[in-house]
Design a binder for this molecule. Structure first.
Ligand SMILES: Cc1cc2nc3c(=O)[nH]c(=O)nc-3n(C[C@H](O)[C@H](O)[C@H](O)COP(=O)(O)O)c2cc1C
Length: 134
């Protein structure tokens, strides 16, 4: 499920970086357009996001704070350009203390876009380790 932001992020990288930076400095909670109605049906939730300014994009805090993840397993995966997962799995755990957050998967954005063989293998290993569907 793809949850779009209420105000779309700019396609241009520099403009997007600027907005991301402003949101982080303001500790903002940008609005998400749609609500998830059927979270109750799921126990295992795979959540993907890019690393922005060494953190989750602030809109991801909106997502975690506005849904009930009590008792659920969360599997984070991130794309980044050098920061790795940047402790964002721990930040999610702090945000939803009654969920169980697994060790996340990190992939460089450029490798994710190319979906190289090694990247595919890394994703498969992570899915296998966590006993998630391929
Ligand atoms: C607002 C913004 C901030 C970013 N900050 C970081 C960062 O701190 N560390 C990093 O490794 N990459 C950073 N990046 C690069 C993104 O993680 C990278 O573009 C993304 O993972 C690739 O996925 P995409 O194709 O969806 O953009 C940043 C990108 C944007 C737009």
């Amino acid at each position: 499920m793809l949850l779009p932001p209420q105000i779309p992020y700019p396609d241009k990288y520099d403009e997007c970086r600027r907005r991301g930076s402003e949101e982080k400095q303001a500790n903002a909670r940008p609005e998400i357009k749609d609500k998830i109605s059927n979270l109750d049906q799921y126990n295992n939730i795979i959540v993907g996001y890019p690393i922005w300014h060494g953190d989750l994009p602030m809109i991801m805090y909106t997502f975690f704070e506005s849904n009930n993840f009590d008792g659920k397993n969360i599997y984070p995966f991130v794309t980044h350009e050098g920061s790795g997962i940047a402790h964002t799995d721990e930040k999610i755990q702090n945000t939803v203390p009654n969920a169980k957050v697994a060790d996340g998967l990190e992939v460089r954005g450029i490798k994710a876009q190319a979906l190289e063989k090694t990247t595919k293998a890394k994703i498969s290993t992570w899915l296998d380790l966590n006993k998630l569907i391929k």
